[in-house]
Ligand binder design. Structure first.
Ligand SMILES: Nc1ncnc2c1ncn2[C@@H]1O[C@H](COP(=O)(O)OP(=O)(O)O)[C@@H](O)[C@H]1O
Ligand SMILES: [Mg+2]
Length: 571
């Protein structure tokens, strides 16, 4: 695959940009002409006393102003059109790419960072693009043109002006650096505050339930005060900057006037020229500032481009592979699902699973039990190939899951996860999920969801965002309905009946047995009763299988399992 570059997104727009540059150039030339016309009027036209000549030059002056205005406005509009189109394409591609990243890649890049690459980094590129088009041509032409014109008018004054400029440039550069570090601190404090707000808003129920509100309020006050203090420091500093720059500019102007009037007095220069000089001095000063801004903007944009390119060029992960040469010599897998010597490690944690072995036949049930963090969900993620194993093989229907096409593999599964999302949509659509082979009636019957759905007004009732208007048990039953609806080969229920009472749970299992006899069920749970009848049960502890067999076998042979069963018996 060819490496993608952010600059590659700009290339197709170069002709359009050039059009904008041409218009901008015309506008800028008019701008540059205005002080010159003014000096002509003052020095040549007015002293001549020719009224018609004065009118003509007045008209010329007006035309220059209109030309400059139209040119600049048109070019700026063209520029924002181009930047908008560039950013839209870039954002679209970045978003599409993010949706294809594997879990491992997301772990590595982290979700907050992906969000900020998608939003602020693309925004910085947008801004830089439009600034480059607005100022990239204008500022250098103003600078060079201004100096050239003033040199022809009065070389001595030009030299005086040129000695002032570097001083102004150095000061403005220093000020900008200081200001940037102050604002970066403000940005950090603002991140802290956002994080606190997000935690509080999403966790508002828990916070209220545990009466932590007062504590949280204090915590918020602290980050809020922090942010305010930093903002105040930065703004106070910045408030000094503009007057200071103004003072430097004025000092320059005063020098030009002082030296200029002395030269006029001696007959070496003219009044109109001094007036023109003052205008050019301001223009040149502005373009110098603009040029430093362009450079800082480009350096920021190049950092952002790097971050976006890292996403755009993430290699395709979890590809369908072709069987190797020595594959045939291996013992074929005859079960429906088999883990053979599987090892796995996450990118960013010490958690490890080593040498997992188990097999389940078609239509059987595999129970996975173990404490929180023991690796139950990890096994599911490996089975569904959200992550690739570090070592070993996983077979489904005798074929290594790496050799399946992604869609074919995913089609085999119906899954309900711990924190699956319920969408703001009808109950029917939440279950069908766009699949036309979904049998919704049967699914809700199996999942014991029929009753409550009828109470809420039937399948076409809408549910709130994230199912906020449903109880925990109702959400779980909806998710289970979704998982069984398309009659999958393998049904995965990851801790998805924890909020159901024992009776509902057992009714559901009975329905599954009757209506989904050919489906292989993988049931993750903390409850012995949910998997008691499973043909195979795996007991997990810290990523290791410490017991495997059916209920009776484990009761007699696995101490941990017996303890779990005993403690739940007493409930
Ligand atoms: N994406 C991830 N990156 C790093 N570590 C993870 C990730 N997901 C889970 N873990 C860690 O792996 C361990 C097992 O997690 P998990 O399989 O979800 O446990 P269980 O489902 O049994 O509660 C935990 O210690 C967890 O912190
Ligand atoms: Mg889990």
């Amino acid at each position: 695959m060819q490496e993608k570059k952010v600059t590659g997104y700009i290339k197709p727009f170069i002709p359009r940009m050039c059009g904008g540059f041409a218009v901008k150039l015309i506008g800028t030339l008019f701008d540059l002409g205005i002080p010159w016309v003014l000096s002509m009027i003052v020095d040549e036209v007015l002293p001549s006393g020719d009224f018609n000549l004065a009118i003509t030059w007045g008209v010329i002056m007006v035309l220059f102003c209109i030309g400059a205005w139209i040119g600049n406005v048109t070019a700026n509009r063209m520029a924002s059109g181009v930047s908008k189109d560039i950013t839209r394409r870039l954002r679209g591609d970045t978003f599409r790419k993010i949706t294809t990243l594997s879990n491992r890649q997301v772990d590595k890049l982290t979700i907050p960072s992906l969000i900020s690459r998608m939003t602020s980094d693309t925004y910085i590129i947008h801004q830089t693009c439009s600034m480059l088009q607005r100022m990239g041509i204008r500022a250098p032409i103003m600078l060079i043109g201004g100096i050239a014109i003033t040199l022809t008018m009065d070389p001595v004054l030009t030299l005086i002006m040129m000695t002032m400029l570097p001083i102004a440039a150095v000061i403005s550069f220093k000020v900008k650096n200081k200001g940037r570090s102050l604002f970066r601190r403000v940005q950090g404090a603002s991140d802290d505050m956002l994080m606190t707000v997000r935690e509080n808003v999403t966790g508002v129920r828990v916070i209220k339930a545990l009466s932590k509100a007062e504590y949280e309020r204090k915590r918020f006050d602290k980050v809020n005060t922090e942010l305010m203090t930093k903002e105040k420091t930065a703004e106070t500093f910045m408030a000094m900057v503009n007057p200071m720059m103004g003072a430097i500019l004025n000092l320059g102007l005063v020098t030009v006037i002082a030296v200029g009037s002395w030269r006029v007095y001696n007959g070496d220069s003219e009044i109109g020229k001094i007036i023109a000089f003052m205008n050019y001095f301001t223009l040149i000063h502005q373009s110098l500032m603009a040029i430093t801004r362009i450079f800082t903007s480009i350096s920021r944009a190049s950092a952002s481009s790097g971050r976006i390119e890292e996403v755009l060029n993430s290699p395709e992960d979890l590809k369908m592979e072709m069987p190797g040469e020595n594959e045939e010599e291996k013992v074929p897998s005859t079960a429906h699902i088999e883990f053979r010597n599987v090892s796995f490690k996450y990118e960013k944690s010490n958690f490890e699973m080593n040498n997992l072995n188990f097999a389940v036949n078609r239509g059987e049930t595999l129970g996975i039990i173990g404490a929180t963090g023991s690796g139950k969900s990890t096994i599911i993620q490996l089975l569904m190939r959200f992550y690739d194993v570090t070592d070993g093989e996983i077979f489904i229907d005798g074929k290594n899951i790496k050799y399946y096409e992604e869609a074919e593999l995913k089609r085999k599964f119906g899954a309900a996860f711990q924190n699956d999302t319920i969408f703001k949509d009808t109950i029917r659509e939440n279950i069908a999920f766009g699949r036309d082979n979904a049998n919704i009636e049967l699914a809700t019957e199996i999942a014991q969801a029929k009753e409550f759905i009828e109470e809420r007004g039937g399948l076409d009732t809408e549910v709130a965002i994230k199912g906020a208007d449903l109880s925990g048990g109702q959400k779980q039953r909806l998710l289970i309905s979704r998982a069984v609806a398309a009659n999958p080969d393998i049904l995965v229920l990851d801790d998805s009946s924890s909020a159901l009472d024992y009776k509902t749970d057992s009714l559901m299992r009975e329905k599954l047995r009757n209506h989904r006899a050919d489906t292989t069920k993988v049931i993750v749970t903390q409850r012995v009763s949910s998997i008691k009848h499973a043909e195979t049960i795996i007991v997990l502890e810290n990523g290791q299988i410490i017991g495997i067999g059916n209920h009776d076998f484990l009761i007699n042979n696995c101490e941990v399992y017996r303890e779990i069963a005993d403690s739940q018996m007493k409930l």
